[in-house]
Ligand binder design. Structure first.
Ligand code: MG
Length: 255
């Protein structure tokens, strides 16, 4: 009999009210979670985000995963996107963000690794406090950092869609990674900018903390972003940690 998993997750996505296509993609499998926000005409953004997610999905169930393995796989995703673009001229220039969370082994113990390139985000909720773990690679984030505009102004800024790093470029910019010690009862949120350009962090924190199942929380976040305007595709992965992460990782690697 299978025991109750320590990590439970749900995904939700919506095309929004403005876009014709949903170019976001998501993965939630065991202890590996990814959100990707594709960019490019002729449905190429959809291809780029799907390649990114499918390439990362190859790591699902691999024992003893290390942060370096995640970076290697992101680099592999970049090569695959470039190869696909070279083969299909209509996909030239396609690109995608990639934000992820995975259980990794560091120093003999299980930890969380967060990895990011682009302006999708990873948030963590511990004891009711929400923090953005990832750092946005975007022009508006640079402007916020130097104090030229506020967070709220960034959500409406004409340059809000311009990322400074992404997958799909010959010279891959560094992929940021963070290693976090697991914390009992913590929750994580991975999301595309279609969520964060519509909702303030305070509202995200309030919904993420709801005493509901992950699917209800995921659906609520997406519905709120669509209600708030739905200017872009909205995608979320919600992760609740209810017990020992190592138990789930071991469960995956058992024969
Ligand atoms: Mg987007």
């Amino acid at each position: 009999m299978r025991s109750t998993p320590a990590v439970v997750a749900a995904t939700a996505t919506d095309v929004g009210r403005v876009r014709q296509l949903n170019e976001d993609a998501a993965l939630a499998d065991g202890t590996l979670f990814v959100v990707a926000d594709g960019m490019g005409g002729h449905q190429a953004g959809e291809v780029a985000s799907r390649i990114a997610v499918e390439t990362l999905a190859q790591l699902v169930g691999r024992p003893g995963l290390r942060p370096r393995d995640l970076i290697d796989q992101v680099e592999e995703a970049n090569r695959t996107i470039l190869a696909s673009a070279a083969e299909h001229p209509e996909r030239a220039g396609m690109a995608t963000t990639l934000s992820g969370l995975a259980a990794v082994t560091v120093g003999g113990g299980e930890h969380w690794a967060v990895f990011n390139i682009g302006d999708s985000r990873v948030y963590r909720l511990v004891d009711g406090r929400l923090t953005q773990v990832s750092v946005d690679h975007s022009e508006v984030a640079d402007l916020v950092r130097i104090g030229a505009i506020t967070e709220d102004e960034a959500k409406r800024h004409p340059a809000r869609n311009i990322v400074t790093r992404c997958l799909g470029r010959e010279a891959l910019e560094p992929v940021d990674t963070w290693v976090l010690p697991p914390h009992p009862g913590e929750r994580f949120l991975l999301c595309s900018d279609g969520l964060t350009n519509e909702l303030r962090d305070a509202e995200i924190a309030e919904v993420l903390a709801l005493d509901e199942e992950p699917q209800v929380v995921a659906d609520t976040l997406v519905a709120r972003a669509v209600d708030a305007g739905g200017h872009d595709n909205v995608t979320v992965v919600v992760i609740f940690v209810r017990g020992d992460v190592a138990a789930d990782v071991e469960g995956k690697t058992a024969p």
